[in-house]
Design a protein around this ligand. Structure first.
Ligand SMILES: O=C(O)CCC(=O)C(=O)O
Ligand SMILES: [Fe+2]
Length: 271
């Protein structure tokens, strides 16, 4: 695993809001991740969230499941019910990379997800990650790992460099993909979007406020990838349910620390 970051990589990440690391996993590691993530997805059947979990129908992942058809095979929180997957993602080296890129002391898992963009699937609409989640932070960060070559033809990520400084207005449900630019014309003043094609085994990190999306899959194969969103240790609840288990969500009030290791495990801490 290419887990050592140079000063230059950290500087690039902080100014652009994202960083691609070519060949992050070596060939053997790639094989191992691909097999274990593939098996975790297979065992999950068609359930987006852990089946033993305490999730209401209002849970974002469950509510949106039918909308995901034509986009993704999406399976979240695989760490919660799959031991081999948990061992992969509870990797202090990845946690340290996330913390060092953001200049923070510790990170917790917010959500993992296998995202297999299905054959002929639509584009992934432009969005920011953190404004959907149950905490607000300028230092949330997501790793995205390619298990197939991700190309402009099958759904590689696109980023708007420098867009990671604020939370933008979200389009209404059902809006077209260009709507976010009408609502937020300042996005048009930034650099145009850049594609981030990656060989299988490569990864990217992006800031939780980075404006990003992915191209459509115009090919007959799946574009397999996974992501994991990390929450800075010390983050507090903002009142949003998102993917929180129901009884935990009901027990929280805005401002409470999200520090329950059974739900948001601390995978790296400097101290
Ligand atoms: O894989 C995709 O198409 C989207 C991924 C994404 O939005 C993310 O990792 O935050
Ligand atoms: Fe995203």
């Amino acid at each position: 695993m290419k887990n050592n970051l140079t000063e230059e990589q950290i500087t690039t990440y902080r100014s652009d809001g994202f960083l691609v690391i070519d060949d992050f996993l070596d060939i053997k590691e790639l094989e191992d991740w691909r097999n274990k993530v593939g098996e975790a997805v297979r065992l999950r059947s068609d359930n987006p969230m852990p089946t033993k979990g305490d999730y209401s129908e209002e849970n974002d992942a469950i509510k949106h499941k039918k909308d995901i058809k034509g986009y993704f095979q999406q399976r979240m929180q695989l760490w919660m019910d799959n031991e081999p997957f948990r061992e992969l993602i509870f990797d202090e080296r990845i946690g340290k990379m996330a913390a060092d890129l953001e200049g923070i002391d510790g990170v917790r898992i917010w959500q993992d997800q296998a995202l297999f963009k299905l054959p002929y699937a639509q584009q992934t609409y432009w969005h920011q990650d953190n404004p959907i989640w149950s905490f607000d932070s300028k230092h949330a960060i997501t790793i995205w790992i390619a298990f197939d070559d991700a190309t402009v033809n099958n759904g590689c990520l696109f980023f708007i460099p420098g867009s990671h400084t604020k939370s933008y207005v979200k389009p209404e449900a059902g809006a077209t993909p260009d709507r976010i630019f009408e609502l937020n014309p300042e996005l048009l003043k930034l650099q145009p979007p850049v594609a981030a094609p990656m060989r299988a085994g490569s990864c990217s990190f992006h800031n939780g406020l980075m404006m990003h999306g992915a191209s459509a899959n115009m090919t007959p194969g799946s574009r397999r990838a996974m992501t994991c969103g990390f929450m800075p240790d010390g983050s507090t609840f903002n009142g949003t349910r998102n993917i929180l288990p129901e009884s935990y969500y009901q027990s929280l009030k805005a401002g409470d620390q999200l520090n329950n290791n059974d739900i948001n495990p601390l995978i790296y801490s400097k101290n």
